[in-house]
Ligand binder design. Structure first.
Ligand code: SOE
Length: 384
């Protein structure tokens, strides 16, 4: 009989729902040594949080976040609050001996991210784990692409092209914490480039050593306020930048919430000497593959349906070939990998810990420096 892993969730928004679904599903799809127990959910309004707990199956509801780190029954705290609260919630949880699973980006600022990284390093010595929900690593197509690169199937890498394009951020979109620099740190940049930078470094197994040519733009400066009237939006609506990888590959990155026609297009293309691959989460079960080693007459892009159990990672836990997976399966698979590692086993593909997420945060911070000072920013010193 698996031992319980008592989970507490902070936050009842979009990610609160996605993570609740993951914790309630993970032991249904995966045979694991620990049984995720939805112990407590914490939200800002107690009545709303009680209703959320009832709907999603959390054992208890609270509006007092400090209770969680002090509760000896709780083993893991899942943080889905706005970026400016990640540090306080994660550091308190780690100090309380709890494992942490924190939403991305690690934090709104590099200082907060560094403090979280350092707290996680201290806690790691006690066997406590700290992860970030870079969920796209667990699309089977992405995990398979990671394997193709690791096997050398693309050969020497030349280009890494990452784009995360959404279009929900138009002038009619009302203010929320995501448009407040004091709460979010940045706009589309920290929200979306965080994902695509992590994705690029994960799939290539490489790291970014220089950022340059960045452009940060805020098109919309006033937005409707939920309570009526308008208020200032103080974050970027899009950021683009160029990068160099340690291997010598060249990268280009772009994040926008105003990319009309793209609802949630998180794209990665890698061009190598022996082949290229291209992924778009809007078609998350497919991987575009170009094999440059076949004879010229048969050379061309092919669409791989990444739904074959035993070939494409994670698929065997879900459905037969061709029965597509969805956004929610990435979170269920990440919950499974975190449980595997916490119980002494191994994740199917690497989990992003706070060190990984801090490296991503450094890239994000360097891009804003590059944009504001119109210069290249070196990231060669890993401990900066
Ligand atoms: C909003 O941009 C958002 O919910 C991101 O915060 C998520 O990380 C992404 O997966 C979907 O879009």
């Amino acid at each position: 009989m698996p031992r319980p892993l008592n989970v507490a969730l902070i936050g009842t928004g979009f990610m609160g729902r996605a993570h609740s679904n993951a914790w309630m599903s993970v032991n249904k799809f995966f045979d694991l040594p620990l049984d995720a127990v939805m112990h407590t959910v914490c939200g800002s309004d107690l009545e709303d949080t009680r209703a959320f707990a009832e709907r999603w199956g959390w054992g208890r509801a609270t509006a007092t976040v400090s209770e969680l780190a002090a509760d000896d029954e709780i083993d893991l705290i899942d943080v889905t609050t706005p970026n400016d609260l990640h540090r306080a919630h994660a550091v308190a949880a780690l100090a309380g001996g709890k494992h942490v699973a924190c939403e991305k980006p690690l934090a709104g600022t590099l200082d907060d991210a560094r403090a979280m990284r350092d707290a996680a390093r201290t806690a790691r010595a006690r066997g406590t784990r700290a992860y970030v929900w870079f969920n796209y690593r667990r699309c089977p197509a992405v995990a398979y692409a990671h394997g193709l690169v690791a096997e050398g199937r693309l050969g020497r890498l030349y280009h890494v092209r990452g784009q995360y394009l959404q279009d929900w951020g138009g002038p009619a979109t009302p203010l929320s914490w995501r448009f407040d620099a004091a709460r979010a740190g940045s706009g589309a940049h920290g929200d979306l480039n965080a994902h695509v930078v992590d994705l690029a470094c994960f799939v290539t197994g490489d790291e970014i050593t220089e950022v340059t040519g960045a452009v940060e733009t805020r098109f919309i400066r006033e937005r409707p306020s939920p309570g009526g009237g308008t208020g200032p939006s103080t974050v970027d609506d899009c950021v683009g930048f160029l990068a160099r990888f340690r291997s010598g590959a060249v990268g280009s990155f772009e994040a926008s919430r105003l990319a009309t026609g793209h609802a949630n297009s998180n794209r990665l293309e890698i061009n190598g000497e022996l082949g290229s691959l291209s992924f778009d989460v809007e078609r998350m079960n497919e991987l575009e593959w170009f094999d440059n080693t076949v004879d010229a007459g048969r050379r061309g892009w092919t669409t791989i349906m990444c739904t074959t159990a035993g070939v494409h990672p994670y698929v065997e836990a879900y459905w037969p070939p061709g029965h597509a997976l969805g956004y929610e399966h990435q979170f269920i698979s990440q919950a499974a990998d975190m449980i595997r590692e916490i119980s002494g086993g191994s994740a199917v593909v690497a989990l992003a810990d706070f060190d990984d997420a801090y490296r991503t945060q450094r890239v994000l911070d360097a891009a804003l420096i590059s944009a504001r000072q119109r210069q290249a920013v070196s990231l060669d010193d890993p401990e900066q």
